[in-house]
Design a protein around this ligand. Sequence first.
Ligand code: FUL
Length: 682
Amino acid sequence: MRFLIGILLFSLSVLASAQTPAPYGALPSPRQLAWHKMKYYAFVHFNMNTFTNEEWGHGTEKPDDFNPTQLDCRQWARTAKQAGMEGIVITAKHHDGFCLWPSKYTEHSVKNSKWRNGKGDVLKELSAACKEYGLKFGVYLSPWDRNHPAYGTPEYNDIFKNTLKEVLTQYGDVFEVWFDGANGEGPNGKKQVYDWPGFIATVRQYQPNAVIFSDAGPDIRWVGNEDGYAGETNWCTINRDKVYPGYPNYWELTVGEQGAKDWVPTEVNCSIRPGWYYHASEDDKVKSLEHLVDIYYSSIGRNGNWLLNLPVDRRGLVHENDAKRLLELKAYTDKATVNLAGGKQVSTNSSFANKPTFAASNLLDGKRDTYWAAADGAKQATIDIDLGKPTTLNRLLIEEYIELGQRVEKFSVAAFQNGSYQPIAIGTTIGNRRILRFPTTTTSKLRVSIEQSLASPIIRNIEIYNAPELIVTPVISRSKDGLVRIASPRTSDPVITYTTDGSEPTAKSPRFTKPFALATGGTVKARAFINNMKQASSPVTTAFDISSAKWSVSSSDKKADAMIDGNPDTFWRQPKAGEGPTSVVVDLGESLPLRGFTYLPRQDGKKEGIVYRYALSVSQDGNTWSAPVSQGAFSNINNSPVLQTIRFSKPETARYLKFDALETTEANAPTISIAELGALTK
Ligand code: FUL
C-alpha cells in the first residue's frame, strides 16, 4: 500500500512539473516580490546636517541647531507623488546620532530642541503625509552613532534595537529599512561590533513585510556606487555569506553573481544634487534632465529600483529647483514609455508544453502574472513581434518572470529591414526589468533572440517605445590659462548660448563661438539648442574662482601639474605607495586673500589614493608655515568622490598652500592622488 501511494505521489509530481515550468536557482521572497513591483521612490536626507552644512555631522551639534522654519512633509509627499514616485525613505537618524523623533533612548533628538518646543516629530508628520498621498514610508537608520555615549559597547546594540523598535512600531507600515554600511568611531573613539542578526530580527519582528537594505541585504543590496549606475549585467543573486555591511569589494555588488545562491537584488541610490544633504551652494547643481534620464535607464532600466535623494532644505521643503526638475523628468519618462507593442501579433519558435497558458501572446498583454515560457530544456529562443505597420522606435523593455528565477544571460534585438533582420541592440542579463536603448529605427517587425540562458527562458513582458531625443547638457571647462570653453558632446550642430551675469541663458543670449577669458573667476551658465533653437538642453552652471594661470607645484615630478591644470579628468598620483611626498605645495605666484580651498579626488572611478583626512597650511614665503588653517576629514568622499569645498574660519593672506594628506580612504593604499587643487578667494 505504502509503495502504491509512493508511486501515485511520484506520478502526480511528474505530471505537475510537466504542467508548469520548474523554478530555477535562488528565488525572491514575497516581500522581495512586493518590492520588485516598485521602481522609483524618494530618499530624503533631512536632519541635523541640513542646518550645519555638513555631510557627516560630528555628534557634537546642539539639538537647538535643528530648526526648520516651515517644515511641511505634505509638500514632500505631494512633490514625490506628482513626480511619479511610490514612497519616501527618510534619514530618521544619520551618523551624528540626532533622531528626528522623540526617542527615549538618547538625549540627542528633537525632544531637546527648541523646534516646536521639543514637541515636534518629523516621522509622525511624514508617515501621515505618505498615507495621505498613497506613498509607502521607509526609514534610514545609521547604526554608526557619533553621539551616543554607549557607542562602542555591547549595550549600544540593545539601544539600537530599542531605537529601531520605536521607529517600527509608532508610525504604521514601513516598507523598507535602510542600514548604512559606514562604521566609524563613536564619541569615545571606539568602534562598534554590530549585532546584525539582532538588528535584522528586530525588523522582522515588528515589520515582517519590510525589505532590509544594506551592502549585504538580506533583502536588497547596495549597487556599489552613489552615482546611479547598476551594471549592464546585473544578477539579482549574490552569495550572502561572503558579503557584509562595509564589504570592501563593493564593485562586485554592481553586477551581482551569476548562479549564486541568494536572491538579493539591487537598489540604486543617488542624489539629485552632488551632496546628500542640502547646501545652498548647490542650488544650481541639481542634476540636468539629461543626466537624470541617463540614470533612469541605468537603474530602473538595468534591473534595479531607483532611490532618488531629495535634500530637503532648511525651511523644511523640497527646494523649487529640485521639484521643477522632478516634474520635467516625469513629463519626459511619460512620453518615453508610451508602449507601441501592446496587443500586437507575437510568435515564438519554442513554447512550454505547447500550452496556451504559456503562450507568446502573454508577452504583450501588459499583465504581470502571465508569461511566456520556452520549451523545457531550451536555452535559446526567438520572439517575433509584428507591429503591423512601419513604426519608429528606439527603446525595448523586457522583463523575466522572476518568480521562477533569473535566467537570461544574453539576448539581442533585430529589426526587419530590406528583406532581412538587422541587429540593432544587444543585452546580457534581464531580470525583473531591462530597458535597451538603441538608435532610432523604423521597422514593422522586431525579433528578440534569447541567445544564452541558465535555464529555459521565461519572459513576462515586452514593450517598445520611441523616446524623444534629448540634447546632451553642455560641459563648461576652463583651462589653466583661464580660457573658458563650452562643448556639447554627442549632439550634432548645437547652438550654445551662455551668460556670465548670473541670468538664465535663452535662445537670444550670446552664442558661444570661441573660448573667452575668465582668469579671475565668475559664473558661466550655458545651454545647447537644436532644431532652429526650438529644442533646448537643461541649463548648466559652473562657478570659477581665480584660475591657476600663475600657479606652479613645488615638485620635481613633472606630472604634478595635473593637479592644477583645470582638467578634472587628469590627476597626479604619488609615484609609489609609501614613497614621495604625502604633502604638496602650490605656489600661487602672488599673495592672495584666501577664504578656503577645494580638493577634487580622481574622477576615473578608482579609489586608490583618495584623501580622507587632510591638513591645509599657508605661507607667504614658502619657508615659514602657519599651523594648519584647516584640518579635518572629507565626509563620504570614498562613496561619493565629488568636489570638496572647504572654507577657512577666517580669511588668510598667503602665496603658498600646503596640502597634507593625513589618511586615505583605503587604509592599505598609502599612495595619494589629486585631480585638482583650487583656491577660494571669494
Ligand atoms: C552613505 C552615508 O555615509 C552618506 O552620508 C549617505 O547617507 C549615503 C546614502 O549613504 O553611506
